[in-house]
Design a protein. Structure first.
Length: 262
């Protein structure tokens, strides 16, 4: 049973001049990296001699490193997976099942191909609710269970991993994931500690943004406490803002990201 793990949370990895997922979600540009940036990240992580593996088959290491990718953008297959495979590494790709086959997102064939190549396919909910922690028990269970059914049918095997949409995690979110049969749930809390909720392992992640330097990603993967503390401080500030602003938080965030992009 895992006690500690270091997980990095990526989103879309795209070819230069292309940002396919942003056509659907404007905020995604804040998290998207080019293939060249991502390769620099992986090179820096490798230079730190980090042990990259997967949650379902963790390396025999005190703190294995897991690389995760949310949403299911098309760059997962054409960029992210190819760069990982150059180092014989594998990643976790979390799919929002309502978006499968939409412009800028993976289709069923690409998802099956990623799994065939050894990558982990997991749920990123059915519809990607904006404030998941505010949903009722039945809605939470439906988000997890319906997405898992779609992916399990597509892959011909049971899906065991998932990640929380937009970082809105709560105990109820974890309990619903466990009730849906999930064994590993990644949230957005920047921590190495692995908790357990009803038999489901809860893993935190360090967020990787479009402007995150390769050296910072490598420092996080290596477990440097200074980098981890910076992310923890930022995460606590955002958590407070979400609590205070409530449903207005996402509106303000979207406006700020749009202004930054402009």
């Amino acid at each position: 049973m895992l006690a500690k793990a270091i997980s990095l949370g990526y989103h879309d990895i795209v070819e230069p001049g292309s940002a396919p997922e942003t056509a659907r979600r404007a905020a995604a540009a804040h998290y998207s990296l080019s293939r060249e940036q991502f390769r620099e990240h992986l090179d820096a992580i490798a230079d730190r001699r980090c042990t990259v593996s997967t949650a379902t088959s963790p390396a025999q290491h005190a703190r294995p490193v897991f690389l995760t990718f949310d949403d299911g953008g098309a760059g997962a297959d054409t960029c992210a997976a190819e760069e990982l495979e150059r180092r014989n590494w594998r990643g976790h790709f979390f799919i929002t099942t309502d978006w499968i086959g939409n412009p800028g997102f993976l289709d069923a064939a690409a998802i099956r191909d990623l799994r065939r190549r050894g990558h982990i396919i997991g749920s990123h909910t059915r519809s990607h609710p904006s404030r998941m922690s505010q949903l009722g028990p039945e809605e939470l269970l439906a988000e997890w269970s319906e997405s898992c059914v779609v992916l399990s049918d597509l892959l011909g095997e049971r899906v065991a991993t998932a990640s929380v949409s937009d970082g809105y995690y709560s105990l109820a979110v974890a309990q619903a994931a466990a009730a849906a049969g999930l064994k590993f749930l990644f949230n957005s809390e920047p921590t190495q500690d692995v908790a357990q909720v009803d038999g489901c392992a809860i893993l935190g992640r360090y967020a990787i943004l479009a402007g995150t330097p390769a050296r910072e990603a490598a420092a996080l993967a290596a477990g440097e406490w200074q980098s981890g503390m910076r992310q923890a401080a930022s995460w606590k500030a955002k958590k407070l803002a979400k609590t205070v602003a409530g449903e207005h938080y996402l509106t303000v965030r979207h406006w700020l990201l749009s202004k930054r992009r402009d």
